[in-house]
Design a protein. Structure first.
Length: 373
C-alpha cells in the first residue's frame, strides 16, 4: 500500500462555487472607504461604475455592449433576462446538467411559454447544438458547472440570427474564450471564476438585446428587481453603477480586487491559460491512473473549470473518499453536485494554483488505495 503523501496543498479549497479566493488574497487589501456609505453616493456609484467599466475593459467587450450589476447572483441575472425578453419569438433551450435544466423549468413551467423546443442530454453529453434555429431565441449554458461539459465553440450560432442568444456563462467567463459577437445576453456571478463573494449577478447586453427590451413588453407582470426599462426605454443608469436594489459594497470592493488581480496577470488571456494549465495537471493524473475517468464523453467538450470525474467506486465509497480528503485538510468541497452521477468535481479556475493541484492529486490516489485495499 502506498505511503501517505508528505506534501500538502498550501490552499486546499477546490470548491466549484463559491470558488477559491485568488492567491495572496487578504481582506486587509480591500478598499473600505465605501463601507457605511450609501451605494448612491458619488463614492458608491463610482465603485459600482468601475465594476461595470473594468469588466468591459478586461473582457474586451465589443463597442455598445453594456455591463450591469444585478441582484441574486447568476440566477437573478438569468431570470431577469428570461422574464424580460422571452416570449417575442419561439425559444430553443439546450440543457445538459442541473442549472440548464433549471432554466427549462422557468421557461416551461413558470413563464409557460408554448412555442418551446427542448434539446436535452444526460450528464457527460452535449445536445445536438446544430438544431438551433436562427429565427428563434436560444437559451443555454456555456459551461455546465455540474457536469463538466462545455460547448466547444460558437460555430453553431448564426451570424445572421433573428433571435437572441441568452447565455449563462457563470463558470466560463474569465476562463474560456467567449465569442462576444455571437452572444446577446451573458450572465455570470462573482463567486465562480473570480472567487468573489455571493449574492450579486452580472448582466451583459448586446445592442440587439437592448433593442428587444425597448421594443417588446412581456404579457406577465415583472417584479421590481427584474425591471430593466421605464417608459419603454432602457434604464441606462443600471449599467453605469446605479443598481436596482442595495448591493453589498464590501462585495463590490472584493470584486474590484479580483478584477485588478486578473489585470495583473496579463488580462483574461492569462487567466484562461492558467485554468487550462490546471486542467492539464488533472489530465496527466487521469492518464496515469486507470480507476478515474472524466465524466464528459469527449475531450472537446471537457470543462477547464468545473472538472467532473467518476471513480471505480460505489457511490457510498466515493462519499467516504471525499470525507477522507476533507478530514486530512487536503481537498475541501470536491464531491459531485447532488443531482450529478457519483464522483468528484475539482475546480480548476485561475484562482487555483497548479502547484496545489499537483500536491492534492497524490492524496486522491492514496485515499482511493485506502478504500480498495
Amino acid at each position: 500500500m502506498a505511503e501517505q503523501p508528505s506534501r500538502r496543498p498550501a490552499n486546499p479549497n477546490f470548491s466549484s462555487g463559491p470558488c477559491s479566493k485568488r492567491p495572496g488574497y487578504s481582506l486587509a487589501e480591500l478598499n473600505t472607504a465605501t463601507l457605511g456609505r450609501s451605494h448612491r453616493s458619488s463614492l458608491g456609484k463610482d465603485a459600482l461604475g468601475r465594476a461595470c467599466s473594468e469588466t468591459a475593459r478586461i473582457l474586451g467587450l465589443p463597442e455598445g455592449y453594456l455591463v450591469g450589476v444585478v441582484p441574486a447572483s447568476d440566477t437573478g441575472a438569468m431570470e431577469m433576462a428570461m422574464w424580460s425578453m422571452l416570449g417575442a419569438r419561439p425559444v430553443d433551450v439546450f440543457a445538459w446538467e442541473s442549472f440548464g435544466k433549471g432554466w427549462v423549468t422557468d421557461i416551461v413551467k413558470q413563464l409557460k411559454l408554448e412555442d418551446v423546443s427542448l434539446f436535452e442530454a444526460d450528464y457527460g453529453k452535449l445536445p445536438d447544438l446544430s438544431q438551433a434555429n436562427p429565427e428563434h431565441d436560444v437559451v443555454f449554458t456555456w459551461n455546465g458547472t455540474t457536469s463538466g461539459v462545455k460547448v466547444p465553440d460558437a460555430d453553431w450560432i448564426s451570424d445572421d440570427r433573428k433571435g437572441l442568444t441568452i447565455c449563462d456563462a457563470t463558470s466560463a467567463v474569465f476562463a474560456m474564450e467567449m465569442p462576444w459577437e455571437k452572444l446577446d445576453v451573458i450572465t455570470y456571478s462573482w463567486q465562480k471564476v473570480l472567487g468573489g463573494e455571493g449574492a450579486h449577478g452580472m448582466l451583459i447586453l448586446s445592442p440587439r438585446a437592448v433593442e428587444r427590451l425597448e421594443s417588446y413588453t412581456p404579457s406577465w407582470p415583472l417584479p421590481k428587481i427584474f425591471r430593466l426599462t421605464k417608459g419603454g426605454k432602457l434604464m441606462a443608469d443600471v449599467f453605469k453603477g446605479s443598481t436596482i436594489n442595495t448591493p453589498s459594497m464590501l462585495c463590490v470592493e472584493d470584486y474590484l480586487d479580483a478584477l485588478a488581480w486578473v489585470d495583473s496577470l496579463g488580462g483574461v488571456a492569462a487567466s484562461i491559460a492558467k485554468s487550462q494549465a490546471n486542467l492539464k495537471a488533472v489530465e496527466n493524473f487521469v492518464a496515469a491512473n486507470d480507476w478515474i475517468h472524466f465524466l464528459p464523453e469527449s475531450e472537446a467538450i471537457r470543462s477547464n473549470t468545473s472538472v467532473c470525474l467518476t471513480l471505480d467506486l460505489p457511490a457510498d465509497q466515493v462519499k467516504k473518499l471525499v470525507k477522507v480528503l476533507a478530514d486530512e485538510g487536503v481537498a475541501y468541497d470536491i464531491g459531485a453536485y447532488r443531482d450529478a452521477p457519483a464522483g468528484i468535481r475539482i475546480w480548476c479556475g485561475s484562482t487555483v494554483e497548479a502547484s496545489d493541484l499537483e500536491a492534492m492529486l497524490p492524496w486522491l490516489a492514496w485515499a482511493y488505495q485506502q478504500l480498495t485495499a
